[in-house]
Unconditional design. Structure first.
Length: 575
């Protein structure tokens, strides 16, 4: 393996605490992470998009529906069901293969392409790998709902990565084209791309995961500063050329819209058929209305920790579009209609204080109907959880130090291990699995917990330690998997293991979530999972024994309440 790639791989394994895995598996994780991060900038669990070591044909797979990662059949059904009427979604299948070799191998390329084709073409031959079984099930759901898919069919992208240099003259392009043609014969896809990723490509992908989002755009006339505002470094309003905003702010290097800049916007894009978006598009279709666009549109609100004014240009780093998601998407999707007469009012707020950011998000998104559950991440109680996580800051508490990412990119500059960081969704999954006894819900997909338990999460009366204990247990459990203290075969049970550990450490009689007695109950959990090295807490081994007694379970069975009930009954019989 080339030294540069080896260096990046070493940093990746440190960040994700995968040091005890075989290098070949580390490299699969590394490649899967780098490629998927390009298409899905939100946080995700690498294990959930990586196949088992026994499958040597496909190393990873993911399905994206618009800007959402569909990990399960349930997730896919829910995402498609929640689409606005008459709005079709862009669906992409992504498949990954990673080789440490210094050259591209024709046989391995064909083997990879054939395995992907067989996944869709051979209905009688189910794959052995759990992830690929789930992908097959997701595909069946998408085909049943094909009328909701943009262009009438999904797209399929294959990526074969190795540490050598790709050269067109090596005559391997024919193998890629052959694999594309085989997939084309299935008739399932509107677009098929098989991309080789060589050493330089891997370097670029890795650097892309480490680089902050930056943009510089032009303004017209004066940049008007707001009067001094408490907790806000600077704030400005400017009129921006829409073409510059589309090209320099909304578009990434590959010509796609930057979905990551809308993470703190409570609404996703509502589609072309949304009445408001229709009016925006109609104003672009008629050139006579272009010079009125700036006064007919509410504009964009951007929040960034770093803002610099350079004459008639504004530079922003690590920014978020907290209001104007619909306008941004309509402009991007209709950029060919945008002339030099289309201008856009833009507010730029330089602020790092998370309370200020939360207030801006809520205020700028309260003018129309927004589900209150979408403001879950800015509830006041969340600040208390953050403070509790931060209270473990002494050298003697390093084994207990984990981080609650209350706002997007909060710890981007600190280069912390990824598994130590918990954003609002990941923490919700851990807490719900452990303290609300719904591991089957957490398993289904990241936002399922939010959708079904929004009114029960992050409640003011809850004890902060319960959120911390669930996160710490998940972190230590993932270390145990990564360092082979317990078999990776149990990874699919990790949300159930959280619940088991709670009852094994604290006892079957758990105090209410708002009771002070819960603090001592949680202390018992923390004491049993924290002191271990590399996640080697005996409690995890004991939890797997409970799983073993129930026998191997399919993913479909794990997603059901009945399986959770079986575990609870077994734990009660032992107590």
């Amino acid at each position: 393996m080339h030294k540069i790639i080896k260096s990046y791989l070493r940093k990746f394994t440190q960040d994700h605490e995968l040091g005890d895995l075989e290098e070949s598996i580390q490299f699969e994780y590394f490649v899967n992470f780098c490629i998927l991060s390009k298409y899905y900038p939100d946080s995700f669990e690498i294990e959930e998009v990586t196949t088992s070591p026994d499958d040597d044909s496909i190393d990873g797979a993911a399905v994206l529906i618009d800007d959402q990662l569909a990990l399960t059949v349930d997730a896919t059904e829910s995402i498609l069901r929640s689409l606005p009427k008459r709005r079709n979604a862009t669906v992409q299948y992504l498949f990954f293969q990673a080789k440490r070799s210094e050259g591209f191998d024709a046989g391995d390329i064909l083997k990879f392409g054939t395995a992907v084709s067989r996944l869709f073409d051979d209905e009688q031959n189910l794959p052995n790998d759990d992830l690929l079984k789930e992908i097959r099930g997701i595909h069946e759901v998408i085909i049943k709902n094909i009328d909701k898919v943009e262009n009438g069919r999904p797209e399929c992208r294959l990526f074969y990565a190795c540490t050598g240099i790709w050269r067109e003259e090596n005559n391997l392009r024919k193998q890629l084209e052959f694999c594309e043609s085989c997939l084309q014969t299935t008739g399932f896809f509107s677009k098929i791309e098989f991309s080789p990723i060589d050493r330089e490509g891997i370097v670029a992908l890795w650097n892309n995961t480490r680089s902050p989002v930056e943009a510089t755009f032009e303004v017209r006339g004066s940049i008007l500063p707001f009067p001094q505002i408490a907790q806000v470094e600077e704030a400005y309003i400017a009129i921006v050329l829409a073409k510059s905003f589309i090209q320099d702010v909304l578009t990434d290097k590959d010509g796609r819209i930057r979905n990551s800049i809308f993470e703190q916007n409570v609404r996703a894009f509502l589609g072309d058929d949304n009445p408001v978006n229709q009016r925006i598009r109609q104003s672009l279709e008629d050139p006579r209305n272009h010079d009125c666009f700036a006064i007919l549109n509410n504009g964009i609100t951007i929040v960034a920790p770093e803002v610099r004014i350079q004459s008639n240009r504004i530079f922003i780093r690590n920014f978020q579009v907290v209001n104007g998601c619909q306008t941004s998407h309509v402009l991007f999707r209709n950029k060919d209609l945008v002339s030099d007469q289309v201008w856009l009012p833009v507010r730029i707020i330089q602020a790092e204080d998370s309370d200020v950011v939360a207030k801006v998000v809520e205020a700028t998104n309260s003018q129309s109907d927004v589900e209150q559950s979408q403001f879950l991440s800015i509830r006041p109680f969340v600040r208390k959880i953050e403070a509790y996580f931060d209270s473990y800051d002494g050298e003697s508490e390093i084994e207990r130090r984990i981080y609650f990412e209350r706002r997007t990119m909060q710890y981007a500059d600190q280069r912390l291990g990824q598994k130590r960081q918990f954003d609002i969704q990941r923490l919700a999954r851990a807490f719900a699995a452990m303290f609300m006894d719904v591991p089957h819900l957490a398993l289904r997909y990241p936002t399922q917990t939010f959708q079904e338990k929004a009114n029960e999460l992050y409640q003011p009366g809850h004890r902060e330690i319960a959120y911390y204990a669930s996160a710490l247990t998940l972190y230590r459990l993932e270390l145990a998997f990564a360092n082979s203290y317990i078999s990776r075969d149990f990874q699919k049970y990790k949300w159930h293991i959280l619940m088991i550990c709670k009852y094994q450490a604290g006892g079957m009689e758990m105090p209410p979530l708002d009771a002070r007695k819960l603090d001592k109950y949680c202390d018992k959990i923390v004491d049993q999972v924290a002191p271990s090295s590399k996640g080697s807490a005996p409690i995890f081994v004991e939890a797997t024994k409970v799983i073993e007694k129930l026998g191997d379970a399919t993913r479909d069975r794990l997603k059901r309440q009945a399986y959770t009930t079986e575990i609870l009954n077994q734990l009660r019989s032992k107590s």
